[in-house]
Design a protein around this ligand. Structure first.
Ligand SMILES: C[S@@+](CC[C@H](N)C(=O)[O-])C[C@H]1O[C@@H](n2cnc3c(N)ncnc32)[C@H](O)[C@@H]1O
Ligand SMILES: [Zn+2]
Length: 301
């Protein structure tokens, strides 16, 4: 797996607590909740939540029968499991978005919220995401928009050197990218998606406004401002609902070995009551530890 793009490592991070719970982001969180309500289908069979983190959004995916939470960080998944519990409705998977451990055409829905901005090769990731989706599956994507009003104003006033108008991603910190909406739309189309709707979000992400005005009011105004999302995108965060177009393979199985692509994985018992999935093609053994299927590193037996 050495040839894969670098991953922004959240292992051991206190992201949920520091960024959301202590970061005064009730406004952003409520805006995202209302946007998800707007964009998600009422019902679905199997949803793949990519970059699920600590499961902040998972309970918002009410229409789906089952949800697979996937994240590269085992500790983020452990936090989401603590939050959501071990209901059969949830499956926890540690894996890399660039090499998803599922057979083609498996899911009828997927979300990628606040995670595209960590991907150095977004076009590559979107192709891999399309692979595991059934025909007409729904994809709800959020990305950080470089062509936002604040960046445009700073550029015009010469307080920022990079141009918000160029289509190239801007890496403002290591493995943290802002994207141009036009570039994201082109990558989605190339990967086999058709955009149905765009919603601009978090228009009022300004410290003094958040302090001075009631959150409920700002969230209501954000909803109103977001209705023009198909016409222009000038907010720091943009959501898009896309549909998987073109043919998909009929899913045959569930997990797929991320190392060799084999789709016959058999459950095996290990010592001390642990278990894992053995790939019958390459014989690698992927552990199931503390309720999390771990496809980051095969174990030696
Ligand atoms: C900013 S957090 C967002 C978490 C959650 N979606 C939310 O909105 O609260 C980004 C998450 O993406 C995960 N991530 C980043 N790159 C990844 C990759 N290549 N494969 C899987 N997960 C990845 C990180 O581990 C982290 O949990
Ligand atoms: Zn294998």
């Amino acid at each position: 797996m050495n040839s894969l793009p670098p991953v922004c490592d959240y292992e051991g991070s206190r992201y949920q607590e520091e960024f959301w719970e202590r970061g005064q982001r009730a406004y952003e969180d409520a805006c995202e909740a209302q946007t998800l309500r707007r964009l998600l289908p009422r019902s679905g069979r199997l949803l793949l939540e990519l970059g699920a983190g600590a499961g902040r959004n998972t309970s918002r995916y009410t229409g789906y029968d089952r949800i697979v939470l996937l994240d590269y960080s085992r500790t983020q998944l452990a936090q989401s499991r603590e939050r959501l519990g071990d209901e059969p409705r949830y499956t926890y998977v540690a894996a890399n978005i660039y090499r998803l451990p599922f057979v083609d055409g498996l899911f009828d829905g997927t979300t990628l919220i606040r995670t595209l901005h960590h991907l150095a090769q977004p076009a590559e990731a979107l192709i891999e995401i399309r692979r595991v989706l059934a025909e007409r599956a729904t994809f709800v994507l959020e990305y950080a928009n470089k062509h936002n009003l604040k960046a445009i104003a700073r550029y015009v006033l010469r307080r920022q050197t990079w141009s918000p108008n160029s289509l190239a991603p801007i890496e403002f910190a290591p493995l943290n990218f802002d994207f141009h909406p036009q570039a994201v739309r082109a990558w989605l189309t190339q990967a086999g998606f058709r955009i149905e709707r765009q919603v601009t979000v978090s228009h009022f992400r300004v410290g003094w406004m958040k302090r001075a005005l009631p959150t409920r009011m700002l969230v209501a105004l954000d909803r109103l401002a977001g209705t023009t999302g198909d016409l222009w995108q000038l907010s720091p965060s943009v959501f898009a609902r896309a549909r998987a177009v073109g043919a998909s393979a009929t899913a045959n199985g569930y997990f797929q070995c991320p190392a060799c692509g084999g789709s016959s994985l058999e459950e095996v018992a290990l010592v001390h009551g642990a278990s894992g999935l053995r790939c019958s093609t390459c014989q690698r053994l992927w552990p199931l530890r503390n309720g999390i299927y771990d496809f980051k590193e095969a174990i030696e037996v």
